[in-house]
Design a binder for this molecule. Sequence first.
Ligand code: AMP
Ligand code: GLY
Length: 426
Amino acid sequence: MRILIVGGGGREHALAWKLSQSPRRPQLWCAPGNAGIASLATCAEIAADNVPVLLEFARKQNIDLVVVGPEAALAAGIVDAFQERGMRIFGPTREAAELESSKSWCKNLFRKHNIPSAGFRAFDRFDDAARYVERTPHPVVVKADGIAAGKGVTVCRTPVESMAAIGAAMKDRVFGKAGDRVLIEEFLAGEEVSVLALTDGQTIAMLDSAQDHKRINDGDEGPNTGGMGAYSPAPVFSEELAARTAREVFVPIVHAMREERRPYKGVLYAGLMLTRSGPKVLEINARFGDPETQPLMMRLRTDLLDLIDAVIDGKLSKADLEWDPDPAVCVVAASGGYPGEIKKGLEIRGLEDAGRVPGVQVFHAGTVLKGERILTAGGRVLGVTAKGATHSAARDAAYRAMSAIQFDGIHYRRDIGLRAIRSPAV
Ligand code: AMP
Ligand code: GLY
């Protein structure tokens, strides 16, 4: 079995790590990969959204199965292109992935099908958006409609802040065309949780819960990032909430997508706000989360390859997901300056020592191999992930490993997973 993993971040390293443990002993390729993935897979220098070159590569290498990591590839129609040529690929089609790539399309679907989510208005003109925020009670949330690498969302406390956010998206076009349309959403208060489900278009299989840490600094301060750390499970997400989320969120989405003639296969990632009136969807992603996938893969006992096959073949109703009850915690090491401008090419030291801490896996994100040395190559550099008997033990192990790692300007949060320890299950 020859598998090509598309992407090159921490999520793809965790997927490659898990797939490499399949009893079916697959051979792995990855495009573009990173220095960590290179120890498990043959990496090819092809951008994740360069669909024609990926097709050619997959043909030449006789790839049996493609597993897609990032949203950019899905939005570029990678699944459609491979399916048209009769090749096996895991992920939603371009139209189905609009759940993520167009927030307004997604929100309209929610409205039509009564899926719980924040109230919203969409605007294509700056003047209309500006007039609206002037007379709307705050806080509100301003979102770029398209894909903006997790950075297109601003919580605004005052109309002045909203005006600045709208101006940045629509006038300065800091997100390019992703910000030509903006959504202005009702602000929801509560605890956030990431819940992922596999679906074959008919059945859903929910994964265990996880919690992300989106802001750059401790105490959830500073700008939003792609995610600075995650843990699984999230103690606040009780079995009752899980059942409710399946019933009110995932099942209705899968039905709605069938009705819209965009049947959805792959991973549905729901960013949920647990409000006083129940779980509400903040966003849907059409893929595995990063960094949630790192702790999730460390806890998943079931063979991921079997699950992927069940999704593609429409046999998910027969699948059974087994989890290690031990929690896992992932702490992200970022480059200095992230999520703003960063330097690349800095040497990373201490990876071997970090990897020797019991229960630890160091997943690579933005890294590159240069001769014998491993250098930084992106904003999020590593995801130091540990499993332990408790959240606290897993956290301690992850931070012990992190303290062995050095590169110029390294930045990581010290409070990843603390919430799981402080907030008992409800
Ligand atoms: P998103 O990329 O849509 O998940 O948004 C990024 C972050 O912004 C979320 O993780 C939330 O912390 C926050 N956020 C997004 N939408 C809302 C909302 N309607 N109410 C409150 N916070 C929100
Ligand atoms: N961790 C957030 C995301 O993957 O979008």
